[in-house]
Design a protein around this ligand. Structure first.
Ligand SMILES: Cc1cc2nc3c(=O)[nH]c(=O)nc-3n(C[C@H](O)[C@H](O)[C@H](O)COP(=O)(O)OP(=O)(O)OC[C@H]3O[C@@H](n4cnc5c(N)ncnc54)[C@H](O)[C@@H]3O)c2cc1C
Length: 432
């Protein structure tokens, strides 16, 4: 006879640990299964941890969590082969608690700390354990089968097993992926003394900055690059759709190597030492192609459900945590009724729809489709606009009036204003 708990949560990432914490605090019997030898050991992200949800779950996190820097400066940068056009925003308002709920972190220490909080609250964290399948009783899911064949049973399974969610597939809640619905990412951590980082990025103490790159940073493909400051290192990486990498015959590591060699980036990284090199996938199904989020005895949370806002906000951690919280709350209501059926767990979707998780997913629902056909935004326009800026600022014996006329003429010729206006409308519609 298999052991039984109230809830099995598969995956000790932000989604799984948030769910485990909420349920354990209510005194429920929770097993949090993690395939890594410790939470976080298999995980990677950019990354900026967004802490709106965390601060509600653990108000003292600022003193306890392994945070790197708070992000008070954000930069968006369009690159062509030899030029850079930026928009930068920094504010002292993000320099005091709660620091705009945005911190650079490393996943290994953070996930271990967060899962540790769930464990302190009474959850049973089981590392080095792979859930390979769900266990069915008729049309109901009643547990998971682990590597080696051992079963663990529960009233409900929460699949928080990340982007390649095996469990949601085994539970027949999702279709196999295609190239358009996945982003391939690669990342380097580059060691650098604290004082060098602070002088290069104009930062003091634990202030941090986040830059997102587009255009030539990723060879003009659908996607972008990022550069985040940690205390004594930089996190630099790229993410492009699998589809775009396929047709352009590029590998993630080739794009990242290209990015770090760009003249505008190379100078920021100079003297740094590569400490880590890793790769991971990011889901980008969008609201219209999410898997089914619940079934008889199962709910799906975080990346497993595709809850990533891949717009310029680039958020995943807070959506993951909140979906974990809402899955836990749905379980609590189902537990009170003793009804773990699909009809009862349907509340999960309603809660998500009423929260920022699905409201944001819905807002950016057209983004994946826009990206597929948005080549001009990633290649042609960055090249054109950096060229126009170069022309505008190039000193010559021409009068400023003639220079301006030349810039406008080039824009009219190369920018094709009608097509550009239509593209802008499409972009605005995609992020509206
Ligand atoms: C390069 C990159 C940059 C990113 N940058 C950002 C950023 O700056 N800000 C942001 O908010 N988000 C960012 N994200 C997205 C963010 O990392 C995810 O949205 C978030 O981690 C999702 O949390 P999760 O708990 O759903 O899944 P995960 O964090 O992937 O956790 C899933 C867990 O499940 C475990 N697991 C998987 N399968 C099994 C199994 N069968 N049995 C047992 N355990 C299993 C895994 O080991 C893992 O610990 C980035 C992602 C990448 C790849």
């Amino acid at each position: 006879m298999a052991d039984k708990v109230d809830v099995i949560i598969v995956g000790a990432g932000p989604a799984g640990s948030a769910a485990a914490l909420v349920l354990a605090r209510k005194g429920l019997d929770v097993a949090l299964l993690e395939r890594g030898h410790k939470p976080g050991s298999k995980n990677l992200f950019g990354g900026i941890l967004f802490t709106t949800v965390l601060s509600e779950l653990i108000p003292e996190f600022l003193d306890e969590a392994p945070l790197e820097r708070h992000i008070m400066r954000r930069k968006f940068s369009l690159l062509s082969k030899d030029s850079e056009l930026n928009m930068e925003f920094g504010t002292e308002a993000f320099n005091t608690p709660p620091y705009n709920h945005s911190f650079s972190v490393f996943r290994v220490p953070f996930d271990e700390w967060f899962a540790g909080k769930a464990e302190e609250a009474g959850a049973m964290v089981v590392p080095s354990t792979v859930a390979e399948d769900v266990v069915w009783d008729g049309d109901k899911i009643i547990g998971v089968k682990m590597h080696g064949g051992e079963e663990l049973h529960a009233n409900v399974v929460i699949a928080a097993d990340g982007v390649n969610s095996l469990l949601s597939e085994k539970a027949k809640l999702r279709q196999p992926f295609n190239g358009h619905s996945m982003i391939m990412a690669a990342k380097m951590v580059i060691g650098m003394p604290r004082e060098v980082i602070e002088s290069r990025f104009c930062l003091e103490k634990d202030e941090g900055s986040a830059t997102q790159y587009f255009g030539d940073a990723v060879k003009g493909l659908f996607g972008g690059g990022f550069l985040y400051t940690n205390k004594e290192s930089l996190s630099i990486g790229m993410g492009c759709s699998v589809h775009a990498m396929g047709y352009s015959k590029n590998k993630p590591e080739e794009i990242l190597d290209h990015m770090v060699e760009h003249p505008c980036i190379r100078k920021i990284l100079r003297g740094g030492e590569i400490l880590e090199y890793s790769g991971h996938m990011i889901p980008e199904y969008g609201y219209d192609h999410m898997p089914k989020l619940y079934g008889n005895g199962i709910m799906v949370a975080g990346d497993a459900a595709g809850f990533v806002d891949a717009s310029h906000y680039q958020e995943g951690t807070n959506l993951a945590m909140y979906s974990g919280v809402l899955a836990a709350e749905t379980f609590l209501a189902a537990h009170e009724k003793g009804d773990y059926s699909e009809a009862s767990l349907k509340q999960y979707r309603t809660k998500l729809e009423n929260s920022f998780v699905l409201k944001d997913m819905k807002k950016f629902r057209k983004l994946p489709e826009f990206g597929k056909n948005g080549d001009r935004f990633f290649k042609e326009y960055p090249e054109l606009f950096t060229e126009l800026m170069k022309d505008y600022f190039t000193m010559s014996m021409q009068s400023k009036h003639e220079i301006e006329k030349g810039v406008i003429k080039k824009f009219l010729k190369k920018g094709k204003p009608f097509r550009f206006a239509m593209d802008m409308i499409k972009m605005i519609r995609a992020v509206r």
